[in-house]
Design a protein around this ligand. Structure first.
Ligand code: SAH
Length: 425
């Protein structure tokens, strides 16, 4: 999840060091010696999620003291704007009474806390809905429990939201889902393929992690099977040259499959925010430790590994299961269009000069193309429909909010709108 531009692919320099100098590294090396090279996806999944030594099991990676800073940790304005946006979507969907709030990969819980704080003031009915968090790290689950229950008491105490944690999206309930995934998809394991040979006669091969001596190293694996080629056809790069790399994130596609099945049947809207492209990013696997890019094999389990999200691939999964993925649009444009600058001005209007300066700095960090504004993208998963919701209009269009719920299709496809719940705030 590293986000500063300097951590992006083509970053100027990385500390190039390949070492197995951790318990996890030793175990992975032994596995390779015994069973042969492993997929890049298996390597990445182990580095991030290994039950005893994975990155997210024992680290608090966020913030100045950690490895990277995410948008919600930069400023509460990010959570406020996302909360307002989801409240608008919930309203357009007819405020279904059985809806739940969902967040994938909530980190420290800051974003959910900030969204809920907006709802408590402006839309209490949304603040009263159960919160479903998809999170694998026990340490982060504890942090989320403390932060989201506003007073720091037990999460299910009276007055605090009902919180349920899931290891996986598969156990989310079959009801309308409204929520967000910020910097979640980039952390899902990605496999790599490499083109070998000439454009006319070459072929795609699996790219694997093997050993050269005692050091981890990328090695070519077997050619992709006919079935794999058919499956990956839309994602693989056209006209590849020798050495070109493409990434396939089957785990991300699966998450969208599951969400899209729920949302196409019951309605809902999920914001997906991440760095990435509307297409395959090639070789985007990256590692960050202590705010600096490091080699992807650097001390397995101690650095954050991530990749650029292929929004076009996510969109194909959404469409295949009855939904639309609207966007992606650059984060800066999205936030400005939905009123971030006005909100910051309003928030600072009664404050000291110093407070106003820090709000402006946050707006700049979140929206400027040189910072998070362009590399980060925003997309919206909704049932099929035709309208363009706020924030996603074409560049020339007026940002006025003219759409209607039915046109956007964000309610349930199962029956008339507004007949399933109490509908009222
Ligand atoms: N959304 C937060 C944190 C992003 S970091 C923020 O913006 O600050 C990624 C989050 O996803 C972490 O909470 C991490 O533990 C979680 N995560 C990573 N891989 C996961 C997986 N496969 N399943 C569930 N959660 C995962």
């Amino acid at each position: 999840m590293p986000n500063p531009p300097e951590t992006m692919p083509n970053a100027p320099e990385t500390m190039s060091e390949t070492t197995q100098d951790t318990a996890l590294g030793e175990r992975l090396a032994t596995q390779i010696r015994t069973a042969g090279p492993m997929g890049v996806d298996s390597f990445m999944a182990a580095c991030l999620g290994d039950a005893s030594d994975g990155y997210y099991q024992h680290n608090d990676p966020f913030g100045v003291a950690g490895d990277f800073i995410t948008a919600p940790e930069i400023s509460g304005l990010f959570g406020e704007m996302c909360g307002l946006y989801l409240a608008h979507m919930f309203e357009l969907a007819g405020q279904p009474g059985d809806a739940v709030i969902v967040e994938l990969g909530p980190g420290r819980g800051t974003l959910m806390r900030d969204m809920r704080s907006v709802w408590q003031t402006l839309m209490p009915v949304l603040a009263s809905r159960p919160v479903h968090l998809v999170e694998t790290s026990p340490a982060l689950r504890r942090a989320q429990a403390a932060v989201i229950a506003a007073d720091g008491t037990a999460p299910n105490a009276p007055g605090a939201p009902e919180i349920k944690w899931h290891d996986d999206v598969a156990s989310l309930p079959e009801v309308p889902l409204f929520g967000i995934a910020n910097e979640f998809f980039d952390a899902l394991a990605v496999a790599q393929c490499v083109w070998r040979g000439s454009a006319a006669e070459g072929g795609w091969h699996h790219r694997l992690v093997g050993l050269r001596g005692d050091d981890f190293s990328f090695v070519d694996g077997p050619a992709l099977s006919t079935a794999e080629l058919a499956d990956y056809a839309a994602a693989l790069l056209p006209e590849p040259a020798d050495g070109d790399i493409a990434e396939i994130c089957a785990a991300g596609d699966q998450v969208i499959d599951t969400l899209a099945r729920r949302i196409s049947r019951h309605g809902g809207a999920m914001l997906i925010v991440d760095y990435g492209r509307n297409g395959n990013a090639g070789d985007s696997l990256q590692a960050v430790a202590d705010h600096r890019p490091v080699d992807v094999f650097h001390q397995p389990g101690t650095a954050d590994l991530s990749h650029w999200v292929d929004f076009a691939a996510l969109s194909r999964s959404a469409v295949a299961h009855g939904c639309r993925l609207i966007g992606p649009v650059p984060q800066g444009r999205f936030l400005m269009r939905i009123g971030l600058a006005q909100r910051a001005e309003q928030a600072g209007s009664h404050g000291e000069a110093e407070e106003r300066r820090s709000l402006l700095a946050a707006v700049d960090r979140l929206t400027s193309p040189a910072q998070m504004g362009e590399v980060f993208k925003v997309a919206l998963l909704v049932p099929q429909g035709t309208g363009k919701p706020p924030g996603f209009e074409s560049e020339a269009a007026s940002p006025a909010m003219k759409e209607s719920g039915p046109e956007l299709g964000i309610g349930s496809n199962e029956g008339p709108r507004g007949n399933r719940g109490n509908g009222g705030a």
